[in-house]
Design a protein around this ligand. Structure first.
Ligand SMILES: [Zn+2]
Length: 68
């Protein structure tokens, strides 16, 4: 996932920050977060996210390497 720092962060970035504040998102592990955007979200056409995506934090893969 790439976060463009243009001062207008998409809504899901704020949600990630909120997850982090709640202790649900260990620092430095943003790669383990899945963001599901709506089909009509502008992000699919190169724009900035304008939907309210579903954000899911994956289980810590360091403890479950069996399916690699
Ligand atoms: Zn979106």
């Amino acid at each position: 996932m790439r976060i463009v720092k243009n001062g207008k962060e998409p809504a899901y970035v704020r949600e990630l920050v909120e997850l982090y504040r709640q202790g649900k998102l260990p620092a430095g592990r943003l790669a383990d977060v899945d963001v599901y955007h709506d089909d009509d979200c502008a992000i699919w056409t190169g724009g900035t996210c304008n939907c309210e995506p579903e954000v899911k934090v994956r289980p810590d893969r360091r403890h479950m390497r069996r399916d690699d």
